[in-house]
Design a protein around this ligand. Structure first.
Ligand code: ATP
Ligand code: MG
Ligand code: MG
Ligand code: MG
Length: 470
């Protein structure tokens, strides 16, 4: 049965709306209740204060389709885009939430009913996981879904234990996987092949059951809560009978637009470029609509990094003029109704994308030429020297990960340590130059500030090892 992605979103919200949940519009991508988090990366983020008890909600149940970006910090899926069937930098997380109201049994019942009864997904295609000590969840899956024991897999890693932070609500979780079939490489969760794309995780049910204390102990919560998250694009793939997220209606439309504007079919080696462009168009447009502007630090740098990466792929497809802004109308056609803020910001998004791409194209050619020269006789397993990567960054505006991405198809790596060292050296040189110029006392103060700013900027592009902190 074909259902559009827009229909599936509506159907999810209606299902939980009928079950007493308040329908809540997605919060902006820039978290308003957590200045330390780079971008909202899960449906529960806007409800943090409700889960910790600082805020209350009536009714104590909510449902939403939350805009999420995972392109930095603890959850960074940037490098997966274009290469796995299931990862985006921007995606929508469908969720139902119980704030101290219903718990495990009803959460499992709702999930199972929606998937198998309302939407008619065959039960035999589904496998679940539970945290290894969560006998209660194991028994509930048996009772409610009638799943055989081998399809309720006990997992002992942190994948199946969720916590909000070092302290606060936490608890076991249970994930639901869809089996796309034997012809695709991969194995069930917990197996050595689990990272393949055969069994794709569609829904994560979190049972907030304990309060993590600073001393390491855990107390049971007086009123346990539920937080669930299902990737809309992943469930759309299942319901549209395709394996790959990039083959669902929304992505097909965006890729068709970039095919027609570049005159290059998404086949073989150009497929990844079209996918990266479509994905990054969504993340950059939604970030711009939520007030993030490209800059050289923090959130703005993550945005710029994503944009430039897409722009390099446009160049790779042979686009001789800026491309990204010309794709915006297709995106608004696909998603503007569900997200009026996107439609409202259309002019701004187009303007910023065109300006940025025009500007970046001025140095892109020269940078790529330098990169070609530097790697002319390199091959699989070789490494680009860190100083070259730094020069590309410093002189040609190539974000580090763009250089990495550009060399990936040839199996060439980048010397990260060398890059960091070159960066540190440049900062030290600037510092020394400043000190030598006279007024030492005020120089110190200036550099204290610059250093702190620098630290922010640094997180902007190395955030793979950060904690999602700005
Ligand atoms: P995976 O293991 O596949 O990376 P995850 O365990 O990191 O997923 P969760 O943090 O549990 O994902 O998020 C809840 C749901 O959101 C997932 O079950 C999945 O359907 C969806 N999801 C997570 N990351 C992405 C992404 N980068 N792109 C698209 N959907 C995603
Ligand atoms: Mg993940
Ligand atoms: Mg997972
Ligand atoms: Mg998960």
């Amino acid at each position: 049965p074909m259902s559009s992605t827009n229909d599936i979103r509506a159907s999810f919200l209606d299902y939980f709306g009928k079950a007493g949940h308040a329908k809540v519009h997605s919060a902006p991508l820039v978290p308003y209740n957590d200045p330390t988090l780079m971008f909202v990366n899960a449906g529960m983020v806007p409800f943090k204060n409700v889960f910790t008890g600082l805020e209350t909600r009536d009714p104590p149940r909510a449902t939403s389709s939350q805009k999420c970006v995972r392109a930095g910090g603890k959850h960074n899926d940037l490098d997966n885009v274009g290469y796995t069937a299931r990862h985006h930098t921007f995606f929508e997380m469908l969720g139902n939430f119980s704030f101290g109201d219903y718990f495990k049994e009803q959460a499992i019942e709702h999930a199972w009913n929606l998937l198998t009864k309302e939407w008619g997904i065959p039960a035999e295609k589904l496998t679940t996981t539970v945290y290894h000590t969560d006998d209660e969840a194991f028994e509930l899956w048996k009772k409610i879904a009638g799943l055989p024991d081998h399809k309720i897999i006990r997992i002992s890693t942190s994948d199946n234990f969720w916590s909000m932070g070092d302290t606060g609500p936490c608890g076991p979780c249970s994930e639901i996987f869809y089996d796309h079939g034997e012809h695709i490489w991969g194995g069930p969760p917990g197996s050595p092949e689990e990272d393949g794309d055969r069994f794709i995780e569609i829904w994560n049910l979190v049972f907030m059951q304990f309060e993590q204390k600073a001393d390491g102990s855990r107390d049971p919560l007086p009123k346990p809560s539920i937080d669930t998250g299902m990737g809309l694009e992943r469930i759309a793939a299942v319901m549209q009978g395709v394996h790959d997220n990039y083959d669902i209606d929304t992505f097909k439309a965006l890729i068709a637009a970039s095919e027609s504007l570049t005159g290059v079919k998404a086949e073989g080696p150009t497929q990844a470029s079209h996918r990266v462009i479509a994905d990054h168009l969504r993340s950059t447009s939604f970030l711009l609509a939520d007030g993030v502007l490209p800059s050289n630090e923090g959130r703005g740098y993550v945005l710029r990094r994503i944009m430039r990466r897409a722009m390099r792929h446009a160049h790779l497809l042979g686009a001789s003029e800026p491309l990204m802004h010309r794709l915006v109308p297709s995106l608004v056609t696909e998603m503007g109704q569900a997200y009026p803020e996107l439609a409202r910001a259309q002019a701004l998004i187009s303007e910023v994308l065109e300006r940025e791409e025009t500007r970046f194209r001025q140095t892109l050619d020269k940078g790529l030429r330098l990169l070609d020269e530097a790697t002319g006789n390199m091959g699989d397993g070789d490494e680009l020297p860190g100083e070259t990567a730094f020069k590309l960054y410093d002189t040609y505006g190539f974000p580090y990960d763009l250089t990495e991405d550009a060399l990936r198809s040839r199996g060439i790596g980048v010397d990260r340590e060398g890059f960091d060292a070159a960066m540190a050296q440049q900062k030290a040189a600037a510092r020394a130059a400043w000190k030598g110029s006279g007024d030492a006392a005020s120089g110190e103060v200036w550099f204290d500030i610059a250093e702190r700013e620098g630290a922010t900027e640094f997180t902007g592009y190395t955030s793979t090892d950060g904690e999602g902190r700005v």
